[in-house]
Write a protein that binds this ligand. Structure first.
Ligand SMILES: *[C@@H]1O[C@H](CO)[C@@H](O)[C@H](O)[C@H]1NC(C)=O
Ligand SMILES: *[C@@H]1O[C@H](CO)[C@@H](O)[C@H](O)[C@H]1NC(C)=O
Length: 256
């Protein structure tokens, strides 16, 4: 039999779980998103959210993208890497796919594929999406054109891979179902626009750079800036009047 205390504990947990949904937005309930307010297992204290079939499909497609590792034997992957170089330095020819030139872009060595470890091919796709859709922001970030910069700047490309990695973790994209309100909110945007992950990446890169400058950060502060970026992004995603990614306050940092 349950003791009074453990019953009360369970009851208050259930209330918190349901209140979270109500506080989010009433529109949720109408969109087929519902919080599972059943008894929780002790091993996983987080609530899980049900998905519509369309949301489930979008999540699975994104998960397939996330699982693709960069593979230099695939022509499409090599082409993407070349395309990134051309977008970054249209006036400078890349001499070879493995070249010291890559360091100019903030890769750690002469072969970017060794820096993809954490992010996989999707981190290259994210950088390309930024270059193609927000060329001005891409160039500003690459060339560190805004603000009063640190002597010890973060490396552009490696930071980009790190952002992809952070977003996958923040949105818990490797789980079968979202387990946080932020993850569930994102899936709603994703089911409305397949580019949602790439667009969120662009917003996040600009937000990270903005915070880097605001905090007058230097290389050793990179982790702190990333954590603060993540918190700010989570807050913005849960704002009441955000119905698409373009409504996020930080979206206004981007320019085309
Ligand atoms: C991102 O940065 C953190 C801290 O510097 C590091 O621990 C992590 O390995 C990096 N991830 C990637 C994918 O580079
Ligand atoms: C999806 O979002 C992107 C980025 O804002 C936009 O360019 C594109 O037109 C959108 N697609 C649809 C189908 O709404």
């Amino acid at each position: 039999m349950l003791s009074f205390e453990s019953f009360f504990f369970m009851f208050s947990e259930i209330q918190i779980c349901c209140a979270e949904v109500v506080a989010g937005s009433a529109a949720w309930l109408g969109r087929g998103l519902s919080c599972v307010c059943a008894q929780r297992r002790e091993s996983d204290p987080r609530p899980s959210f049900d998905l519509t079939p369309a949301q489930e499909e979008c999540l699975q497609r994104l998960q397939l993208r996330i699982d693709v590792a960069y593979d230099s034997s695939i022509p499409e992957h090599r082409e993407a890497l070349r395309a990134l170089w051309n977008a970054a330095f249209p006036d400078e020819e890349l001499r070879d796919l493995i070249s010291e030139q890559w360091k100019e872009m903030g890769w750690q060595g002469k072969d970017p594929s060794t820096d993809f470890r954490g992010g996989g091919f999707i981190s290259l796709e994210n950088l390309l999406y930024l270059a193609r859709n927000f060329p001005k922001s891409f160039q500003d970030l690459l060339r560190k054109q805004e603000g009063d910069r640190s002597v010890w700047e973060y490396p552009f490309a490696v930071a980009g891979v790190n952002i992809t990695f952070m977003l996958i973790q923040m949105l818990d994209l490797e789980a079968v179902k979202p387990r946080t309100m932020v993850g569930a909110t994102f899936l709603k945007f994703l089911s409305e626009n397949e580019s949602a992950f790439d667009l969120l990446y662009c917003i996040t890169f600009k937000l990270m750079d903005h915070q880097w400058l605001a905090m007058r950060a230097s290389y050793m502060d990179f982790n702190t800036v990333m954590k603060s970026t993540r918190r700010q992004l989570e807050r913005e995603l849960l704002l009441e009047d955000v119905t698409r990614l373009e409504d996020l306050p930080s979206y206004s940092l981007l320019s085309r």
